[in-house]
Design a protein around this ligand. Sequence first.
Ligand code: THU
Length: 138
Amino acid sequence: MENDKIDWENLRMKAQEAATMAYAPYSNFPVGAAGLTDSGEVVTGCNVENASIGLTLCAECGMISDLHRRKAGRLIAAVASNPEGEALAPCGRCRQILIEAGGKELIVDGPGGPKSIVDLLADPFTVDDLNERDRTNP
Ligand code: THU
C-alpha cells in the first residue's frame, strides 16, 4: 500500500491507546505499538518490563505476537508511540523484528515521519540471506 493511503492518524491513536496499558515501572517510559496489516487489521502491543531489567519486552514485540496470534497477515505499516501520542524511533532489535513481519516494503513512523524500514535498517539480514547461503554452500 502507498504511504499516502495509510491512515497514520488512526494508527498513531491505536499506538497511543496501547501505551496506556504498558507495564513500565522501572523506566517509567510507557510505549505502545500499532501495525496495519495487508488484511486491513490493526494489531497492537505495549512494553512489559521485568525486575531483571534485561528481560524487558518492547511494545513492538507484543504487537508482533498479536499479529501471529490473530493470523493477521503481513505488516505494511507500523508505529510506536508514547502516551502523549508522539511517534518514537524503534530500537535496533525491534527494527529487525519489524522487517521479519513486514519485509522490505514496510513503512515505519517515527519522530521524522514515516520512513521505509530499509532506511531505518540498512543492508538488512533477512530470510533472503539464508536462502542465498543455501545456494552458495550446498
Ligand atoms: N521500548 C519499546 O517498547 N520499544 C522501542 O522500540 C524502544 C524502547 C521500551 C523498552 C523499555 O521498556 C522502555 O521503552 C525504555 O527503554
